[in-house]
Design a protein. Structure first.
Length: 247
């Protein structure tokens, strides 16, 4: 796997289906390292690396969600030759959905499942989410949602490194408009935290309209970044959904 868009963690040799993971706004591929370790060796976790962060820090971030989906779908072409699923959190959920739309449009094998975490259906997105106009508002929203360590938010030097990517992702979210099209062929699993201010279980149920196979919703204790505290539970759900038998 030689694409700069994809990163596989050196945990242990995986022997099961592949899971392609899409990070949240401002996030990087490494945010899925804990999940990769939890699922190894039964699931082969591949994380998407957006430009402008970690080893791609010197590349300009992409500020258009459609362009990001185009690039990622192209990078995923070689990985659709075997069983695979897709998982996206927050902005990553929306981007994962758009990427799968492209893979299906190109008549490539669809994933067995699309896991959408902490994200409501495109037409139901809150108009006030992701519209922070300046750095102070962005930092305030990041602090409210959690998921970004206070040591980072309180350090001007660290924030200077993080903010360019976050700004670009927020612009991508603001500029995104859902375009009508055929529903997905794969089933959708929506995962939400029970105290998430962005995605409620009721709203996430609307994902059923975006797939001919329907959707299911699972609620976990926690907020927008419930995944950090419910990692074992989420991994168990993924294992069960993909038919992986551990132990």
């Amino acid at each position: 796997m030689n694409s700069k868009w994809l990163r596989r963690f050196d945990t242990t040799t995986a022997r099961g289906p592949r899971l392609v993971c899409f990070p949240h706004a401002g996030g990087a591929a490494s945010s899925f390292l804990p999940l990769a370790r939890e699922l190894a060796p039964d699931v082969d976790v591949v994380a998407v690396q957006y430009p402008g962060r970690q080893e791609r820090f010197d590349e300009p971030p992409v500020e258009d969600l459609g362009r990001l989906a185009d690039h990622i779908a192209a990078a995923l072409r070689p990985l659709t030759d075997g069983p695979y699923a897709v998982f996206g959190h927050s902005m990553g959920g929306l981007l994962a959905y758009e990427t799968v739309r492209r893979l299906e449009r190109w008549r490539l094998p669809e994933p067995s499942r699309l896991f959408v975490s902490g994200q409501v259906p495109p037409r139901d997105r809150r108009s006030d989410y992701g519209i922070a106009a300046d750095d102070a508002e962005i930092v305030a929203e990041l602090r409210a949602l959690g998921g970004t360590a206070a040591v980072v938010l309180d350090d001007p030097d660290l924030m200077a490194l993080v903010l360019p990517a976050v700004r670009a992702d927020y612009r991508a979210l603001r500029g995104y408009t859902w375009a009508p099209g055929p529903p997905l062929r794969c089933r959708i699993s929506a995962l939400v935290g029970d105290s998430d201010p962005v995605a409620t279980a009721e709203a996430a149920a609307g994902w059923s309209a975006y797939s001919v196979a329907g959707a299911d919703v699972t609620e976990f204790r926690g907020g927008h970044f419930y995944l950090e505290e419910r990692l074992t539970e989420v991994a168990a759900l993924i294992d069960a959904t993909l038919g992986v038998h551990t132990g």
